[in-house]
Design a protein around this ligand. Sequence first.
Ligand SMILES: [Zn+2]
Length: 181
Amino acid sequence: MKTEIKRIIERNLPLNVKYNLIDKSYTSLIDSIGCTCHNCGKLISNIATVRPENGKESYLIGFDCLETILINNNLLDGKSIEEFNKFKSNLPTFIKHSKQIKDNISEMNSKNLNKVVSIQFDLEDFKQWAKYGKSSYLTYYYILETGKKFNDNLRLKNKINIEDFINTFKSINNKINVQLN
Ligand SMILES: [Zn+2]
């Protein structure tokens, strides 16, 4: 089986550092003057804001470049090409779930006096269930500053690397404390 390997090409953003995804937004190319990707210079409508792990300045980039940056984050962790391809194919799902939880937290924090301070993932439970079938639920808990917690879950394919999901989640939800058990 031949697998497409995205070539990691360094453009304006140096690839020797990790980047956190701060925000995602959309701007219509017709209505606005438009925005160009800080990394490759292309006109972009889907805009991701990223910031180097130890940097202050943030950059606006397109989703192609976001994919490159997140895969590069993984490569910096010393992953193999196989792991990298697997990660690439699952990345849209990881981003979707991570962004959904981020939105949920923002919504809850805007309504409640008790803020969400942590998210706790039940990895052991997922790994147990992942032995059976094709997909399993990953249970997670929103933990409030009072210590009170309530749970929710999301469905993931069993074959994914759950740690890849957690790393993507941390990159997108970089302001929230993540607990694993
Ligand atoms: Zn770009």
